[in-house]
Design a protein around this ligand. Sequence first.
Ligand SMILES: [Zn+2]
Length: 306
Amino acid sequence: MKRTSRLAALFCLLFPAAAWAKLRVAATTTDLEWLTEAVGGESVEVESLSTGDQDIHFVEPRPSMVMRLKRADVLVRTGLDLDMWADSLVAAARNGKVVYGAPGYVDASVGIELLQIPVGKVDAAMGDIHVFGNPHYWLDPANAAVITKNILDGLVRGDPKNEAAFTENRERFLAALDAKLKEWDLKAAGLKGLKLVTYHNSWVYFAKRFGVELFGNIEPKPGIPPSPSHLERLISMMKEDGVRVIMAETYYPVKGSKMVAEKTGAELVIVPSSVGGLPGIKGYFDVFDCVLNHLVDAVGVKGDAR
Ligand SMILES: [Zn+2]
C-alpha cells in the first residue's frame, strides 16, 4: 500500500495532471490549429500538420504526420477537397479515434454555406480541385463561428468534463470576433466594388464578406498554372475595365502575377491566407488585419481613418 502511494506520488510528480490529461488534437491547417486552441484553451495540445506558408491543396504527406495522427484524440480538418492528402495519413495511422465518423473526427466545413458548388457534371476541364464547392471558407472570418462550433462539439466528445470551459472559451472568442468584424467592416468600407484579380480562386468568401468584386484569376482554373494566352486575355480585360489590384498568396510563383501587374499598371499585393503565412501573422485575426491593410494601401484609400 505504502509502495503504491509512493509510486502514485512519483507519477504525479513526473506527469502533472494538466500535462497528461490534455486532449491531443491534430489539425490539418494552422488556422484550425489556432481556432482549436481558442476553444480548447489549456486543456488541449494542438499541432498543425501543415504550415501557414504552404499551399494546403498540395501538402506532401510525411511520416512525422502519421506519428502525430497515431497519438491524436481528435483530428480537425478543413474537409471538402482541400486537405484530401490527410486521408492517406489517417489510413496509415490506424487510429480508430480519428477515422471518418469516429467521435474524434471533426470536419470543420459542416454547416458552412458553401459557395461555387459545381452544377452539372464535374470534369477535368474545370480543373482538378474545388470539386465540392470552394473550400477556402475560413477566409470569411464570420465563418469562424461555424468552424468553432464544429471544433467545440469535437472537443466535448473527446473530453466531456471540460464542456463548460470549452463553451466559455468559445463565447469569449466569438465576442472578440464580433468586435473585429465591426473593425474590419469599417476598414473595408473603401474597398466596396473594388475589382480584384487574384492568383488562385481562394478569396470568394472574403470578397463576399467585404464587398470586393472578383474580376479574374491568374490561374485559368484552380490548380492549373497560367498559360501565355490566358494571361494575354486577362491583361486586355483588366485594361478595358481599369482593374488596379492583383492579390496573391505568399506561396504562389510570382512571375505571372508580376508580368500582368507590369503590363496593366496594377498594384501587386502578396498576402498570407493562413496563420503563419508571414512571420508576423501569429493569429487568425492577424490574417485579416494584414490582407485588409494591404488592400487599403493598394487602392490608396484610408479605410476607417476618416
Ligand atoms: Zn483552392
